[in-house]
Design a binder for this molecule. Structure first.
Ligand code: ATP
Ligand code: FE2
Length: 321
């Protein structure tokens, strides 16, 4: 069975073709800027422009014909409405023309499902750290339950806003990581853990107020040490509370080597196991949409009245597969 996965929730437009859970290709075209942030309509315009071309490239790379595709999965939630609409219109048209099923996939759940598919984890805690989302998740009773999360900003958006303050462009995470490597000088920042949750807006204001007063490398280093320690603290508490000894990372911020190192250290101390994926499967990607769609299709064949849900939460989705 060949599944086409389409990712179109935010800055990334992705196309993946998989055959029986094996990735044949995982292509993407990411909207980036040298300065400034994301304007949803501009991003949607970008996706509209490149969508056909990217599908064509995927078919060429895999030596497949469009008629070889058996099912289509598309991310319909959560995300930026104009971007979600591009993916939905594109896949609805394709599914009608090819007369094949279209499967609506929640993007956050897909980050988790690919983690479970590609590792040997059986009952993990998931630290999902991406642009808009920062959650500690575990599966319980047909749902992915959220045990802790950010009370305000997603950690990636938090990092990207600060990076814009430094004039580093978007996405800022990789640039902040590089600058952080050049310092070991810790500047005290607020540390905001509230029970199982974290709050980032106060730290953001604090760092932005220091921009012209401290060295940029020192601020990047201190930012990472502080907010990653907060993430690791609530992750560890969730692992202890749920009595679980496996951890999977997901989301773009999980590409950060310092965050991975801190998670590894915590897991070693608890005798737990950390599972890491290749970066291409941590950031937004279409392979995770295809993998999840295939799992869903095996249990449920027909999906009606498919629409976008820009604000759907991870714990609203029933995991029936
Ligand atoms: P979601 O819709 O799942 O909330 P997203 O659409 O923003 O997330 P992802 O690709 O999962 O997309 O994550 C992108 C974020 O990851 C950006 O904020 C980016 O700065 C951040 N990021 C990428 N690489 C790194 C890195 N090495 N260190 C820190 N942050 C990173
Ligand atoms: Fe994502």
């Amino acid at each position: 069975m060949i599944t086409l996965g389409v990712e179109s929730t935010a800055h990334t437009f992705g196309i993946s073709l998989i055959k029986d859970s094996q990735i044949l290709c995982n292509l993407k075209n990411v909207f980036t800027t040298e300065q400034g942030g994301l304007i949803p309509n501009e991003v949607a315009g970008h996706h509209n422009k490149i969508k056909e071309e990217l599908l064509e490239k995927a078919l060429q790379e895999t030596n497949l014909k469009i008629t070889d595709i058996n099912i289509i999965g598309v991310s319909t939630a959560p995300g930026l409405a104009p971007c979600l609409l591009v993916g939905l219109a594109f896949t609805k048209k394709l599914s009608k023309e090819l007369n094949i099923p279209l499967i609506p996939v929640n993007h956050c759940i897909a980050h988790l499902e690919i983690g479970k598919s590609f590792t040997k984890a059986t009952d993990p805690i998931l630290l999902y750290a991406s642009g808009a989302n920062t959650q500690i998740i575990a599966y319980e009773g047909k749902k992915y339950r959220i045990f802790g999360e950010t009370l305000d900003l997603g950690i990636g958006n938090f990092i990207d806003t600060i990076a814009r303050g430094f004039n580093l462009g978007f996405p800022g995470g990789p640039k902040i990581e590089e600058l952080a490597k050049k310092s070991k000088n810790y500047i005290t920042l607020p540390y905001n853990v509230k029970g199982m949750d974290i709050s980032l807006s106060g730290i953001q204001t604090n760092i932005i107020s220091k921009i012209n007063k401290e060295k940029i490398e020192d601020l990047c280093y201190s930012l990472q040490e502080t907010v990653f320690a907060m993430l690791v603290e609530i992750t560890e508490r969730a692992m202890a509370h749920c009595n679980k000894n496996e951890l999977i990372l997901g989301g773009g911020v999980a590409c950060n080597k310092r965050l991975q190192e801190m998670c590894l250290e915590m897991c070693r101390e608890r005798n737990a196991k950390l599972f890491l994926l290749e970066n291409q499967y941590l950031v937004d990607n279409a392979a995770m949409i295809a993998i999840t769609a295939e799992k869903m299709f095996k249990v449920k064949k027909i999906y009606k009245e498919i629409d976008i849900y820009p604000k759907q939460r991870t714990d609203q989705v029933e995991i029936f597969w």
